[in-house]
Design a protein around this ligand. Sequence first.
Ligand SMILES: [Zn+2]
Length: 238
Amino acid sequence: MMFADISDLSFQSACPEVEFIGLTCSALSRLGFVAENTIACVSVCRDEISQSLVEIINSRWGYTFNLSSLAGMLLTGRTGLLAAMHHAPNMDGKERYVFYAMPHIAIDEGGRIGACLRTGRQGESTACGALNIFLKEVAEGKVNPIIDFNDIELSLIRMKLLRMIPRGEIPGLFELTKIAQKAIQLDLELTLRDNIDITSSDYAVITGIQVHKPDGNYVWPVSCYSVVEGDKRELELE
Ligand SMILES: [Zn+2]
């Protein structure tokens, strides 16, 4: 397994998940987004250790539209995003969407990136496993960027992330996770740009990295903003 240089780590600003979601809810309620008038959409990794975030979002927003793929990559495209948007409450003539989208990474007690333990399972595990598989392929120079119909999601992850890695570089898992976060945000924003009507809809984008530490799950925020009446503003998470 490959590990990033620990000095690369800056998870100090990571926030416990419950606290982080609470902060986003408070900030968004000041902008008119509440559970009754908003649909929350989530893209996190399929990994069972990522689902705590979905549960918290469910408990705060009532329910969620699931946009998730391996590594939290946003592979659902226009069809998935439009479906979510078409399910939003609109009783007051306006639609509101909140998108939580992020990859994940584990860090163990010794500060080793990617390493985690799983309940009821012996030995060490890795998160994100999908990103780690791709990383090994990059390190060995064996990336085959074609669609494998028996492994569609990893095929798309390869194709999307390979072009975002600087030529000749082999990132660590932390670096690759940051690249994945950028890819997820880019895919979300491009799909939104082409499909959202900001004259009748308000929305928020909340992205970062979900961090699994031995004492619980955290969110390392990267980009959190709202677009209300077409006006884009950073969320005040305080
Ligand atoms: Zn994963």
